[in-house]
Design a protein around this ligand. Structure first.
Ligand SMILES: Nc1ncnc2c1ncn2[C@@H]1O[C@H](COP(=O)(O)OP(=O)(O)OP(=O)(O)O)[C@@H](O)[C@H]1O
Ligand SMILES: [Mg+2]
Length: 394
């Protein structure tokens, strides 16, 4: 089973590209589900059908669905959010981590992703296409399972044990500030589910396709998104440049086309070998099954949209060097100024433009000290040298 996630800045054509991809794949005989995590009903509008909270057949082999977040909204979620916000201050979690946790994205979006992972693990699909929320939200969302794991694995067990011991005393004095067992249970259940979501989203059979239009502002955001996606371990396998003007004799249109060509050249140059698929600006909105199928077939040039379109470089690699090890992390288009690296015990924390990832170091690297780091060819390379003090001990 393949999973394709479409993301990109607002309005660039994510919904159109998702629906077109799904329609073109279904036309080739695949059983396809296209699912929107966007609370607006634009997927249904694009397809020109009504969609509900369960997969609805739109055409032979093509199913669509709109997660009904309102219905799925659970009371436990509100409890968890309120509880987390309160407890973070007291738990002494560092500020950045606390921030990541309190900007928990809307429960609707998380529930939508839970639904994606349910469909992927138990649905009858050859291909699941996900029309994601615009870039910023999606990124936070994608990072969430990892941030939550960090918290649940370190803070909760100890706190829970401690609280069990003191609860009989506390319940008499402090009221709502004391986390209840059911909140812990809910957090643990959620944590398990989110790990499942993350496993689905970062599986080798899942790819992200980043949609952009060839305009400076959109391209700038696409660059940041690409780096952040790599940081969090998501594989982008193609860029989709949408609404590209055809060449024209009209001087006004020709000017626009020239500016777009420049942007597209920049994107191609810096994409580091990622394919850039191009969809032309259409005179009419590509809505309805016929138009979308044609859009998809043209976009993939008749090939299978589910196929991975690039030989992807390994996201994270560890190798030996003459005097130690090297850990390298793919960070396409990253700038050195935006990068920060800290080592705390068994972990390496990489921050790029405010996005943060905590990497648990493999055992060989835990006994080393960081000897240096550099950015080369879109990869962050961190050198590790054995730390005699630590090696002696074991
Ligand atoms: N290549 C194209 N030519 C002409 N119109 C297009 C093209 N691609 C998309 N559109 C139109 O542009 C509008 C925005 O597209 P779409 O809804 O797919 O964007 P989106 O990225 O999903 O937006 P949002 O961020 O709001 O979800 C729609 O009206 C769509 O029909
Ligand atoms: Mg949309």
């Amino acid at each position: 089973m393949r999973v394709l996630l479409f993301t990109g800045k607002g309005g660039v054509g994510k919904t159109t590209a998702s629906a077109a991809t799904a329609a073109a794949a279904a036309a080739r005989g695949s059983k396809v589900l296209v699912l929107s995590t966007d609370p607006a009903h634009s997927l249904a509008d694009a397809l020109g059908v009504r969609l509900g909270a369960v997969p609805t057949e739109v055409d032979t082999g093509l199913y669509g669905m709109q997660v009904d977040a309102q219905r799925a909204f659970e009371q436990t979620w509100r409890d968890i959010q309120a509880y987390l916000a309160g407890v973070l201050e007291r738990a002494g979690v560092d500020a950045l981590q606390a921030e990541e946790l309190t900007v928990l994205p809307g429960a609707e979006e998380v529930l939508a992703l839970l639904e994606v992972s349910r469909q992927v693990t138990s649905g009858p699909w050859d291909l699941v296409v996900v029309d994601c929320a615009p870039t910023g939200e999606t990124l936070r969302l994608l990072a969430l399972p990892e941030a939550l794991s960090w918290y649940v694995e370190r803070v909760f067990p100890a706190q829970r044990r401690a609280l069990r011991a003191v609860r009989p005393l506390l319940s008499r004095v402090s009221g709502p500030a004391v986390p209840r067992e059911d909140v812990f249970d809910a957090v643990e259940r959620l944590h398990r589910e989110l790990l499942q979501v993350r496993a689905v989203l970062t599986a080798p059979s899942t790819s992200v396709r980043l949609v952009l239009t060839p305009e400076a502002v959109v391209v700038a955001e696409a660059r940041r998104t690409l780096t952040s996606l790599a940081l969090y371990g998501y594989r982008v396998d193609a860029l989709v440049a949408n609404r590209v003007f055809p060449a024209s004799d009209d001087p006004f249109l020709a000017g626009g086309a020239r500016a777009q060509t420049e942007q597209l050249e920049g994107v191609r140059r810096d994409a580091g070998g990622l394919p850039v698929m191009v969809a032309p600006y259409r005179p009419a909105e590509p809505v309805g099954l016929t138009a979308l199928t044609a859009f998809g077939q043209e976009l993939y040039d008749g090939a299978d949209p589910g196929q991975a379109v690039a030989d992807l470089p390994e996201l994270l690699e560890v190798g030996r060097t003459a005097d130690g090890f090297e850990l390298s992390l793919a960070l396409p288009l990253a700038h050195k100024e935006d990068l920060d690296l800290t080592r705390t015990g068994d972990e390496l924390t990489v921050t790029v433009s405010g996005h943060r990832r905590v990497l648990a170091l493999p055992s060989a690297l835990r006994r080393c000290r960081v000897a240096g780091a550099r950015l080369v060819d879109g990869r962050l390379v961190v050198r590790f040298e054995p730390d005699p003090a630590v090696w002696m001990r074991s």
